[in-house]
Write a protein that binds this ligand. Structure first.
Ligand code: KIV
Length: 272
């Protein structure tokens, strides 16, 4: 059992900051539904992210842009019903916070009130400073997200590593310092060079949780369906697969089909 699982009955934003101060790495995975969240929470994960990656993983969209606030609330409330210990972070979807701070606050309040989530996550730095301030002023904990921010995919044009050049790296560091100053409780860094991610993590006291950002940060996050090997066509270098569920499930489905066709299922013991 990890130190955190023994020490914390319920993970809060404060526990995460404490974990960083104590040098304990933070574990975070995504979940979008009750059953998955129950397993992930029961296994002892520190943070469950109801990511807008639900747009890809659950709905089959090419990007995270189409998912709506109502859909995020549906996913988040299913997750919250399952969770006993983890901190639940919910992504504010594209279009629900970028246009003005009042709308951002309204969206964040809807997430908190209607899903019961414990905090929200937004993508971006200086450009959304006023929205972040407004949400924080209402007492809603905010997790930042810098580096590759998938909601801006049409600006970037590709999903390749961000901030390899000095200018972008400096802006990222400034944004991270700003997020800490504003009062964000943590920060996701996605697909940036490991050395830069480590530099950011060492420059701020709030935890930096990486995805494709190397081991020098304070915690790691993966999309659960990816680490379980369900999305077998997705193969980024940073992904470690803990199962090959795509093959396992395919073979289970094939066996079931064969059993139904051959009349082997149901047997006498499997009927009333
Ligand atoms: O939506 C998501 O799953 C995320 C993670 C990749 C960090 O934002």
């Amino acid at each position: 059992m990890s130190v955190a699982k023994k020490k914390y009955k319920r993970i809060t934003t404060k526990s995460l900051v404490e974990m960083k101060a104590n040098g304990e790495k933070i574990s975070m995975l995504t979940a979008y539904d009750y059953t998955m969240a129950k397993i992930v929470d029961g296994a002892g994960i520190d943070v469950i992210l109801v990511g807008d990656s639900a747009s890809n993983v659950m709905a089959g969209h090419e990007t995270t842009l189409p998912i709506t606030l109502n859909e995020m609330i549906y996913h988040a409330s299913s997750v919250v019903r399952a969770v006993e210990r983890s901190l639940v972070v919910v992504d504010l979807p594209f279009g629900s916070y970028q246009s003005d701070p009042k709308e951002a606050l309204r969206s964040a309040i809807r997430i908190m009130k209607e899903s019961g989530g414990h905090s929200i996550k937004v993508e971006g730095g200086k450009e959304i400073k006023e929205s972040i301030k407004r949400i924080l002023n209402a007492g809603i904990p905010v997790m930042g997200h810098l580096g590759l921010t998938p909601q801006s995919i049409y600006k970037f044009g590709t999903y390749t590593v961000r901030a390899k050049e000095e200018e972008e790296a400096e802006k990222l560091l400034e944004d991270a310092l700003m997020l800490e100053r504003l009062g964000c409780f943590a920060l996701v860094l996605e697909k940036v060079p490991a050395a830069l991610a480590e530099r950011v993590a060492k420059s701020i006291t709030i935890p930096v949780i990486g995805i494709g950002a190397g081991g020098g940060v304070d915690g790691q996050v993966l999309v659960t369906h990816d680490m379980l090997g369900m999305t077998h066509e997705f193969n980024p270098r940073f992904l470690r697969r803990y199962l090959d569920l795509y093959s396992e499930m395919t073979s289970a489905f094939k066996n079931y089909i064969a059993d139904v066709k051959s009349k082997d299922f149901p047997s006498e013991k499997e009927q009333y």
